[in-house]
Design a protein around this ligand. Structure first.
Ligand SMILES: [Fe+2]
Ligand SMILES: [Fe+2]
Length: 247
């Protein structure tokens, strides 16, 4: 079946990922595992992490909502495994590079053969539209929080550099429930994957409910806290200006 045009950019990135996996396996085979680890770490941050985020932010919540939970879970598990190996490579460990290359290859095949055909068959046009032009900043397609106060919007020059684990109402750290701030220069994006979350930022007169698929933006150093409203799954992405990204 021909790929929906709106998924073509991600498909093209899959092609690059396969080339990268082959290259990494060759380097390991040539006894150059350290070079491979270095390339892996660098290319992961620049190419794969943003790609994963688009899939996780747009496709997976929509697939879960459409009942395709197993496919979404497998994708998320693959991403987690690849992220862990990429972090090890960035920390100078080269013993996971071969496993990374193998899993990345399998993952891309899985997405091309199963995930994307299911997205084309099951997801609404609006969801597929949201992929086009996705630049890891605020998307007009995402659900704004409902409540008092207008959320600030992200500046266009910030990028995600770290994302927390997914927390639920039982695992949400106490530090996030208490009033706290992000550091200077660091923006936060509270992302609600399922359920509902109260989000309070008194200084900006925000007291809102973020619903599944929605998010709230936290400017640097602004006090805020969150409160689960029943069962919820959420995480926080941290963003900063590209020029302040660590090398
Ligand atoms: Fe992908
Ligand atoms: Fe993926």
């Amino acid at each position: 079946m021909k790929r929906d045009p709106r998924l073509r950019r991600l498909s093209a990135e899959h092609h690059h990922a396969l080339v990268l996996a082959r290259r990494l396996a060759e380097l390991v085979g040539d006894g150059r595992a350290r070079d491979a680890a270095h390339q892996l770490a660098e290319r992961f941050d620049r190419e794969l992490e943003p790609h994963f985020r688009v899939e996780e932010d747009i496709l997976l919540p929509a697939l879960r909502a459409a009942g395709e939970v197993a496919l979404a879970d497998r994708t998320a598990a693959d991403h987690g495994y690849l992220r862990a190996l990429a972090a090890a490579a960035a920390a100078g460990r080269s013993d996971g590079v071969a496993a990374f290359a193998e899993r990345l290859t399998e993952h891309v095949r899985f997405e091309e053969r199963e995930l994307f055909p299911t997205c084309e068959a099951r997801l609404s046009s609006a969801i597929l539209d949201a992929i086009v032009g996705e630049e890891l900043d605020e998307r007009p397609s995402s659900t704004p929080a409902k409540g008092r106060g207008d959320f600030p919007t992200l500046p266009s020059n910030v990028q995600v550099y770290r994302t927390t684990d997914v927390f639920d109402e039982t695992t949400l750290p106490a530090g996030l429930r208490r009033v706290h701030t992000t550091r200077a220069g660091v923006w936060g994006r509270v992302e609600v994957l399922s359920g509902r979350l109260r989000f309070v930022m008194a200084a900006l007169d925000v007291d809102a409910v973020i619903e599944a698929g929605g998010h709230g933006i936290i400017p640097p150093e602004v006090e805020h806290h969150v409160e689960p409203l029943g069962p919820v799954r959420m995480r926080v992405a941290f963003l900063r200006a590209s020029s302040t990204m660590e090398p």
